[in-house]
Design a binder for this molecule. Sequence first.
Ligand SMILES: C[S@@+](CC[C@H](N)C(=O)[O-])C[C@H]1O[C@@H](n2cnc3c(N)ncnc32)[C@H](O)[C@@H]1O
Length: 209
Amino acid sequence: MANILTPAVEKYLAEVVPPRDAVVADMERYAREHNVPIIGPECGRLLYLLTQISGAKRIFEMGSAIGYSAVWFARAAGPQAEVYFTDSDPKNVDLAKENFRKAGLTDRVHILLGDAVELIDTVSGEFDIILIDVFKRQYPAALKKSLPRLKHGGLVIADNVLWSGKVTEPAKDDDTRGVVEFNKMVYSSSELFPVIVPLRDGVAVCCKA
Ligand SMILES: C[S@@+](CC[C@H](N)C(=O)[O-])C[C@H]1O[C@@H](n2cnc3c(N)ncnc32)[C@H](O)[C@@H]1O
């Protein structure tokens, strides 16, 4: 629970979402049992929708954990998908590889291990979508790196931008400060048109002019 919506509304939204296939359901079960903070099916569907309506193919994820959001992106973008998975934890990379294999998506995903904010420099070309889901204190740096790498009309999407509601109070830690700064940056950017969708823990969807 992100404590943004009322518990009753969160429960409703979780229950109204249709069941997922076995691979995705297994990833959700693993995440629940091992406290992996995945984006979840409600936001997964938002990623899927945004990918399909924008026709995105080239997608860079900053912070991919066990590959859950990457599976939603890779499926939505179809056989031409080029999804870049990044995570700093080698154990997550191993789990994600296995998940992509089970999902039949291995050939759509490039796996990179290390700091996503630096790894983006190792991949050339523009991206259609960049997902920011790393440690929250890194959000401003991640945004600065992402903007020049995004095509015009592309999307920067960031999860947890309401940070369990902590954005409404004076920030007491670096992660909250990172999210607050990130939100200020996107709304004051002349290049971006952002909307914060208050789904789950808050998702920022920002289109580059
Ligand atoms: C919130 S989880 C990502 C969830 C994933 N986007 C999903 O919804 O399936 C954040 C992940 O980012 C990784 N991480 C945090 N900071 C990172 C960084 N600077 N570079 C690469 N990975 C990072 C963590 O190891 C963790 O697995």
